[in-house]
Design a protein around this ligand. Structure first.
Ligand SMILES: [Zn+2]
Length: 252
């Protein structure tokens, strides 16, 4: 069962790679995949997640142009991420099955935001508002969070970045971080939204220092902050309650 879920995750990773590329290039989603270098269509057995990359040694069969490491990495990441919510399941019933499907939807959408922001430094409305509307209704009907709880979390997530955006006139953060803050609010609710912001800033700081030490990047060049927000959201979604308990235990 777990292997089956892992393979489904790999396939969604493959789909995600194609989706991000095609949406950015404004290409049709319904054509066959082609090599970006020689434009030759990719045969199905060269399009198997991870394995084809290894078998072809990371090169196009036709033109031998290098295939980006992004492809197998994203596929593997989705395979692993799809497995994480199953760790929290003791016995499967209908309600848990539905929540599992919703978590996979959230994982896929957040992975899309991560990859798109990382590659193109942009967060698309398309990747935010449909899921915000869906989760707001879902969380209300299934009593995951109350409406007041979600409104507070949205006000914190969105308001926090809106304030920075207004103060810095868009120099510190992009407008995309504001709408991502809103999505984080409906995914996490109060108080986990605070934890996710906290994790994102710590992580961003650590990675920034490491890159400076390695002199990989100039101090003024930036990794899009949305990528750290996505990681903070996933960590807070899965381990938020445990982290808060652990922290409260420390200060008691
Ligand atoms: Zn090629």
């Amino acid at each position: 069962m777990l292997i089956y879920i892992f393979i489904i995750g790999l396939c969604f990773g493959s789909f995600l790679n194609a989706l991000v590329y095609r949406i950015h290039e404004k290409k049709s989603l319904w054509t066959r995949s082609a090599c970006p270098n020689c434009q030759k269509e990719i045969i199905w057995y060269d399009n198997i997640p991870v394995f084809s990359f290894l078998f072809l040694k990371g090169k196009c069969r036709n033109c031998h142009n290098k295939i980006s490491w992004q492809y197998p990495l994203v596929e593997l990441a989705l395979g692993i991420l799809f497995l994480v919510p199953t760790l929290f399941i003791s016995y499967p019933d209908l309600k848990i099955l539905i929540s599992l499907l919703v978590q996979w939807l959230i994982i896929f959408d957040l992975a899309f935001i991560f990859l798109y922001d990382y590659k193109y430094q942009e967060i698309l409305d398309l990747s935010i508002w449909p899921l915000v509307i869906f989760l707001f209704d879902f969380n209300y009907f299934f009593e995951v969070f109350s409406i007041v709880n979600m409104l507070i979390a949205v006000a914190i997530g969105g308001g926090f970045f809106l304030l920075q955006y207004l103060i810095s006139r868009g120099r510190w953060i992009g407008g995309g971080d504001i709408i991502l803050g809103v999505l984080m609010g409906v995914i996490l609710g109060w108080p986990n939204i605070l934890l996710a912001l906290f994790i994102a800033y710590i992580l961003g700081g650590i990675v920034g220092v490491i890159l400076l030490l390695l002199k990989k990047k100039q101090a003024n060049s930036e990794i899009p902050f949305g990528t750290f927000l996505v990681i903070g959201t996933l960590v807070a979604m899965w381990w938020g309650n445990r982290i808060v308990e652990w922290y409260l235990g420390l200060i008691r």
